[in-house]
Ligand binder design. Structure first.
Ligand SMILES: Nc1ncnc2c1ncn2[C@@H]1O[C@H](COP(=O)(O)OP(=O)(O)OP(=O)(O)O)[C@@H](O)[C@H]1O
Ligand SMILES: [Mg+2]
Length: 384
């Protein structure tokens, strides 16, 4: 856990504090994002945590211990630090740069070599190609990756990362973000991560700390900032499309209507026709006796037909799994021009449906439409 208690920094000669009374707690194993306009104090806050800068006032605790009462060297060994300007040693190879802290900790050479290769592989840099290169022989993005894995080298419980992906193009950046989240899911480090990019903050952060002129404007989960921005500055910082950004955070399972109205393939069309006409439904989902989704029937197909629903069932164009994010689900709906999306598990059991109404109410907009030509889909299980 990292705790900041009314932390203030006034640089010598400055008339304004660079960091002004910031208090926050980063829980163990979480990624906390520092974000805010250039000059708002992000780097200054980080450098006070590992004591590269002295505090003017306040307290910083790491795992309950006051960092200013700890042995400075011990403290830094426990904190991986990837700095904003990458800061690789120009006269050392990539291998030696990564090995700096493990060497300080007297690791055996074979262990260091194994670790270096493992880390290079982790960020898609081929060890045989890159191990012996010097920083000047790397692109900006490659150097930044080496900077990140150098911070990870000795497996410290805490990481301070100052715009670690700032110099990387959007595609490789997304790959690295995904990789990093995978690594974090395994390692559960307690991380402070600085970025300028609100989308990166929403994707990577468990918590987001939004700063302005050295002051904490809002500290909360990405959802908090998107749904409950405390003031106009936060609203505009998060962006006018914050409702759409929420789609990235939510899964289909969280938004879907559970237990939607449906029928069995063994139901007679005559009984369904009455029901659908009364309820103004043009289509109805069909399942078999074990709740496997078979498809849908349309009111039009039912005209002059006297058999069972299973005989006129049409397959669904598309189904989605419950763990997809809503943005992907919505983009499929738009791409295939679907009024509803059915949600099924791996065995094709019907779990729920998404329609425009469930989507709109989930992203927090008011919408009183009826879900297009499917009519009003409600929960309630099987048609009676
Ligand atoms: N060594 C210093 N001496 C005096 N003022 C400084 C020093 N370093 C930073 N500042 C000032 O403190 C404020 C915060 O700087 P800091 O580097 O923490 O900002 P930042 O949020 O990291 O910005 P960026 O996004 O541009 O990296 C700025 O106004 C900056 O000019
Ligand atoms: Mg900075």
């Amino acid at each position: 856990m990292i705790e900041l208690n009314r932390v203030t920094k006034i640089y010598p000669g400055a008339d304004q504090p660079a960091v002004d009374g910031v208090s926050l707690t980063v829980p163990v194993g979480q990624i906390c994002i520092f974000i805010g306009p250039s000059g708002c104090g992000k780097t200054t806050m980080m450098r006070m945590i590992n004591r590269l800068l002295p505090l003017t006032s306040g307290k910083i605790l790491l795992g309950g211990q006051d960092v200013y009462a700890m042995d400075e060297i011990q403290l830094r060994r426990g904190i991986g630090y990837a700095i904003q300007q990458i800061g690789l040693f120009p006269n050392m190879t990539v291998r030696d740069n990564i090995a700096v802290v493990p060497r300080l900790l007297n690791w055996k050479k074979a262990d260091i070599d194994r670790r270096v290769d493992e880390l290079l592989n982790m960020v898609n840099l081929d060890p045989d190609t890159f191990r012996r290169r010097y920083p000047r022989q790397l692109s900006g993005g490659q150097a930044q990756r080496v900077g990140v894995i150098r911070a990870l080298a000795a497996d410290p419980p805490y990481m301070l990362m100052d715009e670690p992906f700032g110099a990387i193009d959007p595609i490789n950046r997304a790959v690295l973000q995904d990789e990093f989240l995978k690594i974090q899911a395994r390692l559960h480090k307690t991380i402070i991560f600085v970025t300028h990019d609100i989308d990166e903050a929403i994707k990577m952060g468990d918590m987001i700390c939004l700063l302005k002129d050295g002051r904490l404007e809002q500290y909360g989960t990405p959802e908090d900032l998107l749904i409950r921005p405390k003031n106009d500055f936060i609203k505009s910082f998060v962006g006018a499309d914050r409702a759409l950004k929420r789609l990235n955070l939510l899964t289909v399972a969280e938004a879907m209507l559970r237990n939607p109205i449906h029928c069995r393939e063994s139901d007679s069309v005559a009984s369904l026709q009455d029901y659908m006409t009364r309820e103004q439904l043009s289509y109805l989902l069909v399942v078999d006796g074990d709740n496997h989704l078979r498809g849908y029937v349309s009111l039009l197909d039912m005209m002059h037909f006297n058999g069972l629903a299973g005989e006129i069932v049409r397959p669904m164009t598309l189904t989605v799994p419950p763990d997809w994010n809503l943005k992907d689900a919505l983009s499929k709906m738009l791409h295939y021009d679907l009024g509803i999306l059915s949600v099924v598990d791996e065995d094709n059991h019907l779990l729920g449906v998404l329609n425009s109404r469930t989507l709109f109410s989930t992203v927090g907009e008011t919408y009183d439409g009826k879900g297009g030509h499917w009519g009003k889909i409600e929960s309630g299980g099987r048609v009676r």
